[in-house]
Design a protein around this ligand. Structure first.
Ligand code: AMP
Length: 253
């Protein structure tokens, strides 16, 4: 039976309207509702289903971030994860934390915890990087099955259906491996109140990137974060001829 490591990132809730900071260094996060990255809920659900089918023995959820990241670990524990690991990175270090750092942390933890599978979301909805799964697989030299829509886990290998442009691709790879969860993999469950209560007793280990030998010095610098351009006001035209005239004028036809 597999030991599974799941990445759970705390991000601004998908329903919140994002506001850019006036100095263009990033987006406003203070006083804004945060939740578990939606694709990570899918990753957690998949791991919990594996455990229910006796394909997984233990599930560990990792979150790299400030103290509040423990909230998303608690949610994962309430969904059925066994234990949590909070890798604390806060303040300026968190502002510049990148997939390269998270993937190194996940790789170190995978070795330390002797896991067979790492499941992460296909992308974090805040940075939209879509890099962590791929970089983690590279760091460990494990195969990767990204954008998974269906997983059939065997003892030593697994078959994964992936959504690709214009269709589905089916791949088979050896375990240990890294998987990234796509939207249609499953529908994550809601944590029930009794399970939320039970989750309070589950352990969360705390550590720092340094404890794992990972340097979080930034590799890139964010120069500016800006809102998309606002849409220009439209004009109402009296008839089709006027429309055609306007299109010709603008060189569109
Ligand atoms: P990204 O490559 O940043 O788009 O993130 C892809 C996936 O990697 C996310 O859906 C998470 O499962 C995982 N991940 C990224 N950043 C973190 C983090 N700070 N803590 C835990 N997991 C993370």
């Amino acid at each position: 039976m597999a030991r599974v490591l799941v990445g759970v990132k705390r991000v601004i809730d998908y329903a919140v309207k994002i506001r850019v900071k006036p100095d263009k260094t990033g987006v406003v996060t203070d006083g804004v509702k945060h939740s578990m990255n939606p694709f990570d809920e899918i990753a957690v659900e998949e791991a919990v289903r594996m455990k229910e089918k006796k394909l997984a023995s233990e599930i560990i959820a990792v979150s790299v971030g400030p103290t509040q990241s423990q909230e998303v670990i608690r949610t994962a524990l309430a969904m059925g994860v066994d234990k949590g690991i909070h890798v604390e990175v806060s303040g300026k270090d968190y502002d510049t934390l990148q997939p390269i750092h998270v993937s190194k942390i996940l790789a170190e933890l995978a070795k330390k915890e002797k896991v067979d599978l790492i499941i992460v979301g296909k992308q974090a909805i805040d940075d939209d990087a879509n890099q962590t799964a791929q970089m983690t697989a590279a760091n460990l030299d494990w195969p990767q099955a990204t954008f998974a829509s269906q997983i059939e886990k065997g003892d030593k290998d697994m078959t994964v259906k992936r959504e690709v442009d214009g269709g589905m691709e089916t791949v088979k790879c050896k375990i240990p491996a890294v998987i990234s969860a796509d939207l249609r993999l499953n529908e994550p469950r809601y944590a029930t109140l009794p399970n939320i209560m039970k989750a309070k007793k589950k352990p969360i280990a705390k550590m720092t990137p340094k404890d794992l030998g990972v340097d979080v010095t930034p590799r890139i610098k964010i120069l500016s974060v800006e809102d998309p351009p606002t849409r220009q006001a439209g004009v109402v035209l009296p008839d089709v001829d006027a429309l055609v005239g306007k299109l010709k004028e603008g060189g569109h036809i």
